[in-house]
Design a protein around this ligand. Structure first.
Ligand code: DAH
Length: 428
């Protein structure tokens, strides 16, 4: 169950591991697909007529629905996730996520003219190696589990963070870059968690001539530059706010930090960052260098900057939402067009050993889609025989219209049936 207060805390920090207790939380080159995925991509092209709606082109790579959603025990990508793959909200200049991305670009362009190379169309289907191994995520890290990550096959995933592109870009010789993209995580359901969201990654590499003149050791030099640059970014986005640096842990940086700002009466995490682990630089052709890296979640920042109360709104095509934002207008406050009443339905069942809340949420989203606002555990007990019962409250609410009783009852019946059949739990 998500207990964090705003959208998608960085999963790799220790604090967010702690928060997410229960099951917690290609660019243009084909190289990144596992060999089986590449084979199926190329062989299918020959004989199958592409169906417009189920064939996507991402970063120059063609992807068909059944390259990503497969009837295979190592695949856990549902149709609802495939349907998000080509949408790239961060590339729409009139969308809050695109406006925020451009606002961050503006900061880097003004302060580091012509320095940072920008990527926002790298393919989200990446190898396990790119997503985890290349950035030193330990073999037993919770984020690698099928419960937390969408696997296309055992060697291929939908990236769960934009850090998946760090190593590849370094190897290609890039030393200053920003990567923006959609990222995918199996998760619980509430107003700040959605299984697809957007991140921006930043990397800056320094060479000995940079730090030698400073009298600082390379790590301190990079850390100082990092802090100065990111404090500037936070001021660019939020104005003259109070800031603090919190020591953090990420597998790919050392030291690692989180930047927090005091905003609207509370401390809020803005981003995770740190000095890149030497091993990543060394493995990717930059032995004599030091670098900083940062990762930020666009939704969590856009929600506070634009006053957007629910993460599902980013996906809304309702004109009453979309018409409120326009290119270059950072921080325009969203005016809710109407608040429709929620409808609550409870369901209780005896769980089994393999039950996870993420699996439950996936089933519910598969049926109710964006009509489900929140799923919360409201009761949990174990009887004398050692059987554990959970009671979940599902809040149904549309952002766009009133739902009828009939419609909700119908959804709830389907939810009950599929929860029982797919999760093998016993309804009470
Ligand atoms: N990849 C991290 C996450 O999704 C965010 C992050 C933290 C990226 C620190 C970085 C970094 O590059 O240095 O949780």
């Amino acid at each position: 169950m998500a207990v964090v207060s705003s959208a998608h805390s960085t999963i790799f920090s220790k604090t967010s591991l702690f928060h997410h207790i229960n099951g917690f939380k290609r660019f243009s080159f084909c190289l990144h697909f596992s060999s089986s995925a590449v084979a199926s991509l190329s062989s299918k092209k020959k004989w199958r007529q592409p169906v417009a709606s189920s064939m996507l082109e991402l970063g120059g790579i063609k992807i068909a629905k059944d390259d990503v959603v497969r009837d295979d025990p190592t695949n856990n990508v549902p149709d609802t996730i495939f349907s998000k793959l080509g949408l790239q909200l961060h590339r729409r200049n009139n969308h809050p996520l695109g406006i925020l991305k451009n606002g961050i670009y503006e900061y880097f362009d003004t302060n580091f003219p012509n320095m940072f190379h920008k990527f926002d169309d790298l393919c989200p289907v990446v190898s396990v190696k790119q997503n985890f191994d290349d950035v030193l995520v330990p073999a037993d890290h919770v984020s690698r589990s099928y419960n937390d990550t969408y696997y296309v096959d055992s060697q291929t995933v939908l990236r769960c963070h934009t850090s998946a592109h760090q190593a590849e870009l370094l190897r290609r010789g890039h030393t200053h870059f920003l990567v923006t993209g959609d990222v995918y995580r199996r998760d619980s359901i509430d107003s700040t968690h959605y299984p697809v969201f957007h991140q921006m990654e930043g990397v800056r590499v320094f060479t000995p001539d940079n730090w030698e003149a400073s009298g600082l050791d390379p790590t301190s030099y990079a850390a100082e530059d990092l802090k100065k640059s990111l404090e500037g970014l936070a001021r660019h986005l939020f104005g003259a706010v109070e800031m603090r640096w919190i020591d953090a842990y990420f597998p790919f940086t050392n030291p690692s930090y989180e930047l927090e700002i005091y905003f609207q009466g509370k401390w809020m995490e803005v981003l995770g960052c740190g000095v890149m682990e030497q091993e990543i630089l060394k493995s990717n052709g930059r032995s004599n260098s030091v670098a900083w890296a940062l990762g930020l979640g666009l939704e969590r920042l856009a929600m506070v900057l634009f006053d957007i109360p629910d993460i599902r709104l980013f996906w809304s095509t309702d004109e009453r939402f979309t018409s409120q934002f326009s290119e270059g207008q950072m921080g325009v406050k969203f005016k809710p067009f109407s608040k429709y009443p929620p409808c609550y339905k409870d369901m209780s069942f005896w769980i089994n050993d393999s039950f996870t809340e993420n699996n439950l949420c996936e089933v519910i989203r598969g049926i109710a889609g964006d009509l489900v606002e929140e799923v919360s555990l409201i009761d949990n007990f174990t009887n004398k025989k050692g059987m554990t019962s959970h009671c979940y409250r599902i809040a149904y609410r549309s952002m766009e219209r009133s739902l009828t009783d009939e419609e909700i009852n119908d959804l709830q019946w389907q939810v009950r049936e599929q929860v029982q059949n797919k999760l093998n739990v016993v309804l009470r």
